[in-house]
Design a protein around this ligand. Structure first.
Ligand SMILES: Cc1cc2nc3c(=O)[nH]c(=O)nc-3n(C[C@H](O)[C@H](O)[C@H](O)COP(=O)(O)OP(=O)(O)OC[C@H]3O[C@@H](n4cnc5c(N)ncnc54)[C@H](O)[C@@H]3O)c2cc1C
Length: 419
């Protein structure tokens, strides 16, 4: 920045305009703070664009649970479409892999589910309010989310139903006929289904983030498009160095999703963030065979969601470096499986790749950086960051204001990984 050009001055600079950052900015602005959100792209253009658009009441069980340990033999061959892993990456990140697996035991799973339940509950309420206030109410569908098994799914569906019921989350186990009654236009490929009845979905996650960002701007917040280079303590607050200038802020919120860890490294924080990469592709829908809700194919570990752009098929998990070249084989493996359920036409547009940002215990970091006043961490929302962005943002805004977060947030403390 040239000598003498004044830095933009705000109470809160939020770094990253995905669902998490936009939500943090909105919640801080609603508390009367001056806010700027910075992103090198338009709001909702990265991970928060390409997801399956599910606002899930029931995603309290992350990937690393006892069922992952049970299924490990089938994933070790690296041929299953639900989970692929790069061997060189796994060896180089053996510590992360061991910690991820260590968190999958029954005794470690229940407390994490309880923590996520609180975060999700707050998030669902905020989404349902904000989406209407932001003029995007037409994008939300209250049709639930169907998880479905081709064969032998009953025990798994009942076990999941019981786990959800412990937290008061309603779901329905369905047989083949009940699935056909619910989704009359799909081919009856599934013998068992579990309907997450209180779950919603949207037809364009990126558009929803943009609508929330516009609501922030209409309420006096600022969205600034620029590359973020570094942050450094400055006086009582922070200086954010951008590609085209700088910002002086009392508080900085790091909400850079899968890019969060690298910004923190110069401050001495080594965050164990890994990347559960995923892909999507759109297909021309058949208007006579309309899909009514997202379907999760449990055998293939993929999802089909009706979106504005067509039927979006999203792949399972690929554990590898964030920026490793794309490997579309997982997506290619599930597209024929999707076609055996939903009659859709040709592919539309480019295939997309994103990275779910994941810490070893699959809980996000929500809270203060241990050694720096005014530095707040809000990332690591793994498979459910579109759902949990609003709760994450509301908790950070409350903490900035010196208030208690709207749910029990101790389990999300950054102190569990960094000191
Ligand atoms: C295939 C797939 C399906 C998914 N399905 C679902 C789902 O159905 N429901 C659900 O709840 N979640 C889902 N998720 C997870 C969800 O998408 C993520 O958890 C969430 O989007 C993370 O949001 P975020 O705001 O943390 O990150 P992002 O949306 O990635 O935002 C981070 C922002 O930081 C910006 N940025 C990074 N570095 C810089 C820099 N140096 N300068 C400026 N800007 C920078 C980026 O441009 C980006 O906009 C899915 C994820 C994938 C991959």
């Amino acid at each position: 920045m040239s000598e003498g050009t004044p830095a933009q001055q705000v109470d809160v600079a939020v770094l990253g305009a995905g669902m998490v950052g936009v939500s943090a900015g909105l919640a801080a602005r609603q508390r009367g703070l001056s806010v700027v959100i910075v992103d090198r792209r338009e709001p909702g253009s990265e991970t928060s664009y390409g997801n399956a658009g599910i606002i899930s009441s029931g995603s309290i069980l992350p990937l690393n649970t006892p069922s992952l340990l049970k299924n490990l033999p089938k994933y070790l061959t690296n041929a299953h479409p639900a989970l692929r892993w790069n061997i060189a990456w796994a060896l180089a990140n053996a510590g992360w892999v061991m910690r991820f697996l260590a968190a999958a035991t029954p005794s470690q799973t229940r407390p994490r589910a309880a923590a996520l339940h609180g975060l999700i509950g707050t998030s669902l309420k905020l989404h349902r309010d904000w989406i209407v206030q932001a003029g995007a109410g037409h994008r939300i569908r209250e049709t639930g989310w169907l998880k479905a098994w081709r064969s032998d799914g009953l025990a798994a569906a009942q076990a999941e139903q019981a786990a959800l019921a412990e937290f008061g989350i309603r779901s329905e186990v369905l047989d083949r006929q009940a699935i056909s009654a619910l989704e009359p236009n799909i081919i009856p490929a599934y013998s068992t289904g579990l309907l997450h009845a209180q779950t919603a979905s949207v037809d364009s996650p990126g558009a929803v983030v943009k609508a929330y960002a516009q609501m922030l701007a209409a309420g006096g917040g600022t969205i600034r498009q620029s590359g973020i280079r570094r942050i450094e303590p400055h006086g009582d607050g922070w200086r954010v160095q951008l590609a085209d200038g700088e910002i002086a802020a009392r508080h900085v919120v790091v909400a850079l999703g899968p890019w969060s860890a690298e910004l923190l490294r110069p401050l001495g924080y080594r965050v164990p963030l890994a990347f559960e990469r995923g892909y999507h592709q759109h297909f021309v829908p058949n208007p006579a065979r309309k899909l009514l809700r997202p379907i999760h194919d449990a055998d293939g570990g993929f999802l089909m969601t009706p979106m504005e752009q067509g039927v979006r098929v999203t792949s399972g998990v690929e554990l590898t470096a964030r920026d490793a070249p794309s490997n579309f084989s997982q997506l290619e493996a599930v597209v024929p499986m999707a076609r055996s359920v939903v009659e859709f036409g040709d592919a539309v547009g480019e295939r997309w790749r994103g990275a779910r940002p994941t810490l070893p215990d699959s809980l996000p970091m929500i809270g203060a950086a241990p050694r720096h006043r005014g530095l707040w961490l809000a990332f690591g929302n793994q498979h459910i960051g579109f759902t949990t962005g609003p709760g994450t943002g509301a908790a950070i805004a409350a903490m900035i204001a010196g208030d208690a977060p709207p749910f029990e947030a101790q389990a999300f403390s950054p102190n569990r990984y960094i000191a």
